[in-house]
Design a protein. Structure first.
Length: 135
C-alpha cells in the first residue's frame, strides 16, 4: 500500500472470531518495511485488535492499534456507538484518539452523526458536533 510518507511492503496475518451472535473479535499483526522516495527504508511492525457487538438497534465497537516505525511508537484507539431505530434513521457517535511517542504528539477526534435515508438511491446526514484536538 502507499500513503503520503512512502510505500509500505510487508506481510499481514489476521483472524476474526464470531464467538456468539452479534459479537465479533478481530486481531492482526503486520511486519514489513516502509520504502521512502530515494530508496531508503525503515522497519515497521503493527498489531491491531477490535471488537464489535450488535443487539437489535444498538451497535457498539472498539479498536486499538500499536505501530512501531523508525524508532517511534504510535497508538490509536477508537470507539463507536450507533442506535438504528429504523431502517431509515441512524444516530451514531465516533471517538478516535492517537498518540505518537516520538515528538510527543497526540490527537483526538469526536463526531456525532445523524443520518436519515430518504430512498434507496441516497441519504441525508449531518454531523452537528465535531471536535479536532492536536496537542
Amino acid at each position: 500500500s502507499s500513503d503520503g510518507q512512502g510505500m509500505v511492503v510487508g506481510r499481514l496475518v489476521g483472524a476474526t472470531l464470531l464467538p456468539r451472535d452479534g459479537l465479533s473479535l478481530a486481531l492482526s499483526v503486520e511486519r514489513g518495511e516502509r520504502l521512502r522516495p530515494g530508496g531508503t527504508g525503515t522497519a515497521r511492525s503493527v498489531g491491531a485488535g477490535s471488537a464489535s457487538w450488535a443487539n437489535g438497534p444498538l451497535q457498539l465497537a472498539a479498536g486499538a492499534e500499536l505501530r512501531r516505525e523508525a524508532g517511534g511508537d504510535q497508538w490509536l484507539a477508537t470507539g463507536s456507538a450507533a442506535w438504528v431505530p429504523s431502517a431509515r434513521l441512524i444516530f451514531s457517535v465516533l471517538d478516535t484518539y492517537g498518540h505518537r511517542t516520538s515528538g510527543l504528539e497526540a490527537s483526538s477526534h469526536s463526531n456525532v452523526n445523524v443520518r436519515v435515508k430518504r430512498s434507496r438511491a441516497g441519504s441525508l446526514g449531518c454531523a452537528p458536533y465535531s471536535i479536532f484536538l492536536v496537542r
